[in-house]
Design a binder for this molecule. Structure first.
Ligand code: AMP
Length: 275
C-alpha cells in the first residue's frame, strides 16, 4: 500500500482501515529515535499513523520555532521505508483557527523541572497531543522516554481526562558515543557535538552510584568538568511526579539534565533503580 498523506480530519477518516491504529506524534526531522517508535507501533497495530507537525504552542517566544528543522520530503522517505500507512501533516492554520480559547493545563507537574525553564511548554504539548488523539482516534500511541517529563504528563492527562488510548513508552536511542538522538543535534558544530557528550557522560556517572546524594554529586562533578556546558538543571526525580527524590529512596528514579551548548538547548535523562 502506498503511503497516504493526510492534511485534515476528512483525509484521516478516508484513510482509516479496519483494525487497530497506532499514532506516533513527531515534529519531523526524523531520525533513528523516531524510527524505533514507528517500529514499536508497527508491531502493535494494524495501521500506523505518524503525525509531523511543528507545534507553535509548545515553543516560547525566544525559542527555535522558526528555525526548527523542516525536512518533509526526507521524512516521507523514512516513513515509506518503515512501512508507515498514513502521515498526518496538518497546517498551523488548520490546527489553530482564529478564535481558539480552550486548552489543556498540565498542572503542577508542568511547572517543575523542564517546565520551570519553558513556561507554558507542557500546556502546548498536551493541547496538541489531545487534538491529535481526537483527530486520529488511535487505539495506542508511542512516545519516547527521551522526553521523560512529557511522557509522564501524557500518561497523567490520559488518566485524569479518561482519554481512550493506550500509551507506550520507548527507550532512548543514542549515537554509538552516547549522545541521545535529537532533531536539534543538527544545529551542533563538530566542536559543540563533543561538548554535548558531557550530558550522557554525566548521566552514566550518576547512574553508577547508589544513593540519591551520591548520584547527584557524581553527575554534577562530571558536568562541572565541561564548562562550555551551560547547565539549566540536573535533577533526580520520581518518574511519575517529577518531584525530587529524597533519602532514603527505594525504587525507580529519573536522573534528568538540560544544558545549552552554544545556541542549542539539549535534554537527556536516564532511569536508575535505587535499592
Ligand atoms: P520530536 O519530534 O522531537 O517531538 O519527538 C517525537 C517523539 O520521538 C517523542 O515521543 C520523543 O520523545 C521521541 N524521541 C525523540 N528523540 C528520541 C530518541 N533519541 N529516542 C527515542 N525516542 C525519541
Amino acid at each position: 500500500m502506498d503511503l497516504i498523506v493526510a492534511r485534515n480530519r476528512e483525509d484521516l477518516v478516508a484513510a482509516r482501515r479496519p483494525g487497530t491504529v497506532a499514532l506516533v506524534p513527531t515534529m519531523g526531522a526524523l531520525h533513528e529515535g523516531h524510527r524505533s517508535l514507528i517500529r514499536q507501533a508497527r508491531e502493535r497495530a494494524d495501521q500506523v499513523v505518524v503525525s509531523i507537525f511543528v507545534n507553535p504552542l509548545q515553543f516560547g517566544p525566544n525559542e527555535d520555532f522558526s528555525r526548527y528543522p523542516r525536512t518533509f520530503d526526507d521524512d516521507l522517505d523514512v516513513c515509506r521505508a518503515e512501512g508507515v500507512d498514513v502521515v498526518f501533516h496538518p497546517g498551523v492554520d488548520g490546527m489553530y483557527p482564529p478564535g481558539r480559547q480552550v486548552s489543556v493545563s498540565a498542572g503542577q507537574m508542568g511547572d517543575v523541572v523542564e517546565g520551570e525553564f519553558r513556561p507554558g511548554h507542557f500546556d502546548g504539548v498536551l493541547t496538541v497531543v489531545l487534538k491529535l488523539f481526537n483527530l486520529v482516534r488511535p487505539d495506542l500511541a508511542v512516545f519516547g522516554e527521551k522526553d521523560a517529563q512529557q511522557l509522564a504528563l501524557i500518561r497523567r492527562m490520559v488518566a485524569d481526562l479518561d482519554v481512550p488510548v493506550e500509551i507506550l513508552g520507548a527507550p532512548t536511542v543514542r549515537e554509538p558515543d552516547g549522545l541521545a538522538m535529537s532533531s536539534r543535534n543538527r544545529y551542533l558544530s563538530a566542536e559543540e557535538r563533543k561538548v554535548a557528550l558531557g550530558l550522557s557522560r554525566a548521566l552514566r556517572a550518576g547512574a553508577g552510584r547508589r544513593t540519591p546524594d551520591e548520584i547527584r554529586t557524581a553527575a554534577r562533578e562530571e558536568l562541572d568538568r565541561n564548562p562550555e556546558l551551560k547547565v539549566e538543571y540536573l535533577v533526580l526525580v520520581d518518574p511519575r511526579t517529577f518531584t525530587e527524590v529524597k533519602e532514603p529512596y527505594e525504587g525507580v528514579a529519573v536522573l534528568a539534565v538540560a544544558a545549552r551548548v552554544g545556541g542549542t538547548r539539549l535534554i537527556d535523562n536516564i532511569t536508575v533503580t535505587l535499592t
